[in-house]
Design a protein around this ligand. Structure first.
Ligand SMILES: *[C@@H]1O[C@H](CO)[C@@H](O)[C@H](O)[C@H]1NC(C)=O
Ligand SMILES: *[C@@H]1O[C@H](CO)[C@@H](O)[C@H](O)[C@H]1NC(C)=O
Ligand SMILES: *[C@@H]1O[C@H](CO)[C@@H](O)[C@H](O)[C@H]1NC(C)=O
Length: 970
């Protein structure tokens, strides 16, 4: 660096001689000094591009000012240029420099003592850079005329050099926000010209030097945020010019020195966060220029003096966190410029100071005192100043009583209202609807009763609503969903009833929700899983029931947030949902009189449920409640060894279930069409909840491992009582098992007992199409090409089934599985054949879960159900794949039916807008539109207008490769 600077210097020195020789106007040291200075700087924004060595004079360069008589550079103002690099000795060439200001740049390293090399410098501003190390002593060596110095906002450490005391002309010193330490140099009292000293935000310690008392020109003193201790200098009031005094956040103690009384021009006195004590003197009222008085966080005691009323200019008064007693003097009502009043956390007593509403004050905190009595508002009709001005009102933690009062609604500019921890009673006034700017509304810990008024929905800005620990009854008003910014909601410890409104799902900012200790009923809507910002959702100790939502925040919800709801089920509460029906309904197929005694409870209510839920409950309730279903499987060679152990291994059940022991009937028959028949867990296959892959209309599916390491999927049919006998069942399953096609999930075997049937099939590892389309677990989205292939593959699988005269009956995206190479396989086909009769009711109730895929003819007794019902499902599926939307989506108070939506869009020529937003810009329009049309034709209402699957395949191939097919056709 040094070398480069020298060589550049030489370069310019020779240029200089050239210029002189050619007798051009004099080329002075300033140009040279600045150009060399520039060469040491890093100037990413090219701010100094005007600094050009070809210029004769630098006086028009950016940041440069010249003395207009001598034409020599007198000021260098390089603030805010993002400069860094090195300022070297070349700057000394600028012999007439008076001002150097390089604040708000990125300079770092130690401060170069070169700045002390100018005898002419008046102002030096190095603030807001990254300088570190100590302030060099040399910087004050030639400070005869130095008036202002600032090194604020760097990372400097060490002491203030003693040499500063020789700078007799100093007026302004700012060393704030560094890490400077130690005491102040003793001789500072000799700098009698000082007007402004800012030492704030450092680590200075020791006493405040008495010498300060003799700085009669002092106007501005900021020593805040250091570790000064001891008393304030006794005669500090001798500095009669003081306007701004800030000793906040130090360790100062003692009384306020009486000399302060003389500071008649002082407008700001801040002593916050020290250890000052004693009573406030009456003379405080003599500081008539005060606009800000902050005495908070000290140990002042006694009464608040009446003389405060004389401070007519007072704008901000902060007496909080002291030990003031007595009542707040009413004289304050005449401080008509008061904007902020904070007397929180004292021991103030007396009635509520209703005169505060007469002030045009913006912010009032009376919190944490012992005020009593009712709030006396100005009359509703009055034009009280506070009605237009008050933004912040904190009355919390007092002993106030009475009603909140309708008039509160007139404080219509309120942004913060906290009345918590008092004895307020009665209702929440409906006038809260007028508090439409309020962000925080805290009425918790009172004795409020009645219902939460629906008008809360009009306080639509509220982010923080706290009504906990009151006596509220009734339901949560649905209008609360209009409070769309709601982030924190605490309604805990009330007597609220009714359901938790599903409208909460629209309050997308919700983070902390506490509804615990109420009497809420109903279930938690699944849509709550959409609340992506939740941190706390506490619904403990209510009467909620049903399944806890699965997904999102609810997968990790702590037990403590849901405990105390006996009827809530789900894995978090360790309570299986099927067991949570009013009473477990358990059928023992082996019991002699299984018809009647099957019901563990025979209330009418339960009978009605039997028809639907018994299907689910049979063979499931007890076992799943334990978390594990143990199925003892006897295959051909294991049978012999197990015969002896004819123990009750068959089903290790709960108390309600008593299997008949020892009969062979309990041991099922396992038939595998090929390959291994031994499960990894021996002759037992554990159908563990953890291995559950999914649930469908016909039952839950688990993953199990065969002894050869291969995985299979096991579907536990939950339609037991409707299943055909063993022989027919075996025949049907074998038919299905004989089907082989790359786009069909292979059925590998089955297990049969009269009470339990399992279907064993190929395990497809890539998850279902449903989860690829609708669940977030798959980060990467299916590309258009992949989607197209999936559609084609589904069509091929389905066409193969139809060729074999097998109707799928249950087309839906969760039955399409994607294997590890991305190919689609249709699963769960033909299960209806296992039912004794093709009952439309059963079919539709079993397929009910596949809402939106069901062909209309299911609802029509006179129309024969054919393969075309699968074509309908295929059509819906196609639209689902293209749009990424579920066949039926529930919205606020609307239901979107996919087919109708797409058809509508197509008719308006806007079909493209339906395409999955994740594909935007990445699909082939020439393919997408025909595919949408094909989907709609397949999903037409009349079965005969739907194409058959062979035609569908041909159309798809034509769409994909028009020219090729055309060639073929030619
Ligand atoms: C709040 O209500 C007042 C009338 O009560 C109305 O003038 C004002 O526009 C409303 N402000 C907002 C943000 O809705
Ligand atoms: C609310 O409490 C007051 C007494 O504090 C009682 O007079 C009133 O009837 C209660 N209102 C309701 C709706 O419970
Ligand atoms: C709140 O509910 C509890 C329990 O149901 C009841 O004992 C109490 O009286 C109720 N309180 C009010 C104010 O309704």
């Amino acid at each position: 660096m040094q070398f480069m600077e020298t060589s550049i210097f030489l370069l310019f020195a020779s240029a200089f001689f050239l210029v002189v020789n050619s007798s051009e106007p004099p080329f002075n040291d300033d140009v040279l000094g600045l150009v060399v200075l520039k060469s040491g700087l890093i100037d990413p924004q090219k701010s100094l591009s005007s600094w050009n060595e070809d210029d004769i004079s630098p006086c028009n360069w950016v940041g440069v000012k010249c003395d207009h008589i001598s034409n020599r550079v007198s000021e260098l103002n390089l603030d805010n240029f993002s400069l860094s690099g090195h300022i070297g000795r070349s700057i000394l060439r600028l012999q007439f420099l008076e001002v150097v200001s390089i604040s708000n740049n990125n300079f770092s390293g130690e401060i170069n003592s070169v700045f002390g090399g100018f005898g002419s410098l008046r102002v030096l501003d190095l603030s807001n850079n990254g300088f570190f190390g100590e302030i060099p002593d040399e910087i004050f060596r030639q400070c005869r005329v130095l008036r202002e110095i600032s090194v604020a906002g760097n990372d400097l450490s060490g002491l203030i050099p003693y040499s500063i005391t020789s700078c007799a002309s100093l007026v302004k010193v700012n060393v704030s926000f560094n890490r400077l330490s130690g005491g102040l140099p003793y001789g500072i009292g000799g700098l009698s010209g000082l007007e402004s000293v800012d030492l704030s935000g450092n680590l200075f310690e020791g006493e405040i030097p008495r010498g300060l008392e003799s700085l009669y020109n002092l106007e501005y003193v900021d020593f805040s945020g250091n570790n000064f201790s001891g008393w304030l200098p006794e005669n500090i009031g001798n500095c009669l010019m003081l306007k701004y005094v800030d000793f906040s956040n130090n360790g100062l103690f003692g009384y306020l020195p009486k000399s302060l009384q003389k500071l008649g021009s002082c407008s700001s006195l801040r002593l916050r966060g020290n250890l000052f004590s004693g009573e406030l003197p009456d003379w405080i009222g003599d500081l008539k220029s005060l606009t800000t008085l902050d005495l908070s966080m000290n140990s002042f005691s006694g009464q608040v003096p009446d003389s405060f009323g004389k401070l007519q200019l007072l704008n901000e008064l902060n007496l909080s966190n002291n030990q003031f007693v007595g009542s707040l003097p009413e004289s304050l009502a005449s401080c008509y410029n008061l904007m902020e009043l904070d007397v929180s956390k004292n021991h103030l007593t007396g009635n509520f100071p209703s005169w505060i509403f007469e002030l045009a004050v913006k912010s009032i905190s009376l919190s944490g005192n012992k005020f009593v009595g009712k709030i006396e508002y100005p009359p509703l009709t009055s034009m009280a100043a506070s009605f237009q001005n008050l933004r912040f009102l904190d009355l919390s933690s007092n002993a106030l009583s009475g009603e909140i009062g309708y008039v509160v609604g007139n404080l219509s500019k309120l942004e913060y209202l906290n009345m918590s921890k008092n004895y307020f009673e009665g209702p929440v006034p409906t006038s809260i609807s007028q508090l439409n700017s309020t962000l925080v509304l805290d009425l918790s810990d009172n004795r409020l009763n009645g219902t939460i008024p629906f008008e809360i929905g009009r306080a639509a800005s509220v982010m923080d609503l706290r009504l906990a620990h009151n006596f509220f009854t009734g339901e949560i008003p649905l209008d609360i969903q209009n409070c769309s910014y709601l982030t924190n909601l605490d309604l805990s410890w009330n007597n609220l009833t009714g359901p938790i409104p599903s409208g909460f799902a629209d309050l997308t900012y919700l983070q902390n929700v506490d509804l615990s200790f109420n009497h809420f009923t109903g279930s938690l809507p699944r849509v709550f899983t959409n609340l992506s910002h939740l941190i706390v959702f506490n619904v403990s100790h209510n009467n909620l029931e049903g399944e806890l939502p699965v997904g999102g925040f609810f997968n990790t919800i702590p037990l403590s947030s849901v405990t105390g709801n006996p009827s809530l089920c789900g894995s978090v509460v360790n309570q299986s949902c099927s067991a949570v029906h009013p009473k477990p309904i358990v059928l023992n197929p082996n019991a002699p009189d299984s018809g009647n005694s099957a019901l563990s409870s025979n209330t009418r209510h339960n009978r009605i449920i039997l028809s639907i839920s018994s299907l689910v409950a049979i063979g499931a309730a007890v076992f799943i409640a334990l978390g594990v279903v143990i199925v003892t499987i006897l295959n051909m060679h294991a049978r012999a060894s197990m015969m002896n152990a004819a123990a009750a291994l068959a089903f290790s059940g709960g108390d309600d279930y008593s299997p008949s022991h020892g009969t062979e009937a309990n041991y099922g028959k396992l038939v595998m069409f090929s390959g291994s028949t031994d499960f990894a867990a021996g002759t037992q296959a554990l159908l563990n909840k953890d291995c559950e892959l999914g649930r469908g209309g016909f039952g839950a599916v688990y993953r199990a491992e065969l002894q050869d390491g291969r995985f299979v999927a096991i579907k536990k049919l939950n339609v037991s009582c409707l299943i055909k006998g063993e022989e027919d069942f075996g025949k049907e399953v074998k038919t299905l098992g004989s089907i082989k096609h790359p786009n069909l999930v292979k059925l590998e075997g089955y297990y049969w007992t009269s009470s339990l049937q399992l279907l064993i099939s190929e395990y497809v590892s890539g998850g279902s199409l449903y989860s690829h389309l609708h669940e977030r677990q798959f980060e990467t989205c299916l590309s258009w090409q992949h989607r197209f292939n999936i559609i084609l593959e589904i069509a091929k699988g389905l066409a193969h089934l139809h060729r074999l005269k097998i109707i799928h009956y249950n087309m839906k995206s969760s039955n399409i599985l994607i294997d590890c190479s991305g190919e689609a396989k249709v699963g769960d086909f033909g299960l209806a054949r296992l039912l004794p009769t093709l009952d439309r009711y059963i079919l539709s109730s079993k397929i009910q879960s596949a809402m939106g895929y069901m062909a209309p003819e299911f609802a029509c007794q006179t129309v024969k159900i054919t393969e075309k019902c699968d074509v309908y499902g295929f059509g819906v599926l196609t639209l689902e794949i293209v749009t990424g939307k579920k066949p039926v989506e529930y919205m606020e108070d609307d239901v979107m039916v996919l087919c109708d939506m797409v058809r509508g869009a197509l008719e308006k020529g806007r079909a493209e807008e339906c395409v999955d937003s994740k594909l935007i810009g990445n699909f082939v329009v020439e393919e997408v539109i025909p595919v949408i049309k094909l989907g709609l034709i397949c999903a037409s209402q009349v079965p005969s207008t739907r194409p058959d699957m062979e035609e569908v395949i041909r159309i798809l191939e034509l769409i994909h490769n028009p020219s090729e097919v055309q060639e073929e056709l030619e």
